[in-house]
Design a protein around this ligand. Structure first.
Ligand SMILES: Cc1cc2nc3c(=O)[nH]c(=O)nc-3n(C[C@H](O)[C@H](O)[C@H](O)COP(=O)(O)OP(=O)(O)OC[C@H]3O[C@@H](n4cnc5c(N)ncnc54)[C@H](O)[C@@H]3O)c2cc1C
Length: 447
């Protein structure tokens, strides 16, 4: 039986909903103003039924946007705090780039130094080659002129972290109910006023505050709240651009090469950092030598016992369909529309072979199983963390978010009245004010 009323209703049992619930419970207890029993998490399907449950799980700092970097550094500290419970592997992360990205990645390195985030930066083709070959004797990626090696970060095992987070939340007295779908909101005083109750398919729950952490379904909740589909954005040109779509969908391309993960150990027998390579070297099929692309391309990969192979992905693509018509359900591997196909296998496996000789001719071991999923992106592809309709806090991470486990801690404080300097650059008002984040040269919309 759902309660008829509770102080905090969290919608979505993904990384953000669970993290917020856990941290909020602790904040309430610490301040003597309540406890986990004031919080209910509801999910229409199950814990980890969304993007968090299928995420590659990469945790990094590497962002061209200073505000993102500071936020990521905070999240890394939360991963480290609960490393075992959240199944976090602190193997580090490498951004390996061509000349067109050299200066920008150099800036990232300088700013990581400034915030005390440990990394090394290698410059010049020969030094990069030497650095990478000392780690992997079969390294052969072309046109690489900088390597940023972040000593922190790494990856976590998606469902295991969510199980860990739910345990943490439940241990604080938070209640998690699955199979409960939000279908609307009851307002206190007309269309744009505060939410008085969350309406679900199992009944109505009166509440003081609502927290929305629904990942790719954010547009649905946004629409239920009557928030605008199109907004005005003040561009970098200083002009106002009306009618910009609030939400767009991208399809994430990921898969697993079914080889022994130990095969990707470093020369000294250690588990390697997560590797992210962007390059403008032409990419040829390692099977028939045909040209795949002569444009900038990028991949990331890691050996992962949880996925049972070398797992990773490539650049996503923007879904051209009208966002109102994009079928978010069935989600992830169950989707008939948004799972990766032969093009991904050919590109990603050839790209692995381009980077390391050990992967040459291995594409037959690619695991032919449905993978990938969609993400819902904001107008500038960066998160929106903000309060709407007086008492609804929306965590819309624009698909950056599995790594952002710490956002829940910051949101919890904001829910209780504290303002977070780390969250401030992610307010919705930045679009109207033109206070946008800088844009990088990376081929990924989230870098
Ligand atoms: C293939 C893929 C790989 C990714 N890899 C990475 C990565 O390596 N690193 C990284 O940082 N990020 C990664 N991401 C992005 C990251 O997974 C997401 O940004 C993040 O998990 C979103 O978390 P969330 O808690 O907001 O939402 P989700 O995890 O999507 O959870 C939302 C939950 O809300 C529930 N829900 C939805 N609508 C309703 C409703 N009406 N009523 C009740 N419940 C509802 C859903 O059932 C779901 O369980 C990846 C994403 C994808 C798709």
């Amino acid at each position: 039986m759902l309660p008829e009323g509770i102080r905090f209703v969290v919608i979505g049992a993904g990384i953000h909903g669970l993290s917020t619930a856990y941290h909020l419970a602790r904040e309430l207890k610490a301040s003597g103003s309540g406890s986990g029993s004031d919080i209910l998490v509801i999910d229409k399907k199950a814990i980890g039924a969304g993007a968090s449950g299928i995420a590659c799980g990469v945790v990094r700092n590497n962002y061209y946007q200073p505000a993102m970097r500071e936020l990521m550094a905070h999240s890394v500290s939360v991963w480290e705090r609960h490393a075992d419970t959240l199944s976090y592997h602190a193997v580090g992360y490498m951004q390996i780039s061509p000349e067109s990205m050299h200066t920008q990645v150099g800036t990232i390195y300088e700013q990581e130094k400034a915030i005390g985030y440990p990394s090394v930066f290698i410059e010049g083709e020969e030094d990069c080659e030497r650095y990478m070959s000392a780690m992997f004797d079969d390294w052969q990626a072309k046109n690489i002129t900088s390597v940023l090696h972040e000593k922190k970060g790494g990856y976590a095992n998606n469902m295991r972290s969510l199980e860990g987070l739910s345990q943490l939340a439940r241990s604080e007295g938070v209640r998690i109910e699955t199979g409960v779908k939000v279908v609307g909101f009851e307002r206190a005083n007309g269309a744009s006023s505060a939410v008085r109750a969350v309406v679900t398919d199992k009944g109505k729950i009166a509440c003081e505050q609502v927290i929305v952490g629904v990942g790719p379904w954010v547009k649905q909740i946004w629409d239920m709240l009557g928030l605008p589909d199109a907004i005005t954005v003040k561009g970098r040109d200083g002009k106002l651009h009306d009618g910009r779509q609030m939400w767009t969908f991208w399809s994430l391309q990921e898969g697993t090469l079914g080889v022994d993960p130990s095969r990707q150990k470093t020369n000294d027998g250690k588990m390697p950092p997560v590797i992210h390579v962007d390059t403008d070297a032409p990419l040829y099929s390692d099977i028939d030598g045909s040209l795949i692309t002569d444009k900038l391309w990028g991949i990331y990969y890691k050996p992962d016992f949880y996925f049972g192979g070398v797992q990773g992905g490539a650049m996503p693509y923007k879904i051209a369909t009208d966002p109102d018509k994009v079928a978010v359900d069935p989600y992830g591997p169950e989707s008939p529309d948004f799972i990766v196909g032969e093009d991904f296998r050919r590109m990603w496996c050839s790209a692995l072979a381009h980077c390391q000789a050990r992967f040459m001719g291995q594409s037959i071991k690619y695991r032919d199983e449905p993978s990938g999923g969609i993400g819902c992106f904001t107008p500038d592809n960066f998160p929106v963390f903000d309060r709407f309709c007086e008492n609804v806090y929306i965590i819309a991470d624009s698909n950056h978010g599995y790594k952002m486990v710490g956002v829940g801690e910051l949101v919890a404080k904001e829910l209780l009245g504290e303002k977070s300097a780390l969250l401030k650059p992610f307010r919705y008002s930045r679009y109207a004010e033109g206070d946008l984040h800088p844009v990088s040269n990376s081929p990924f919309p989230w870098s």
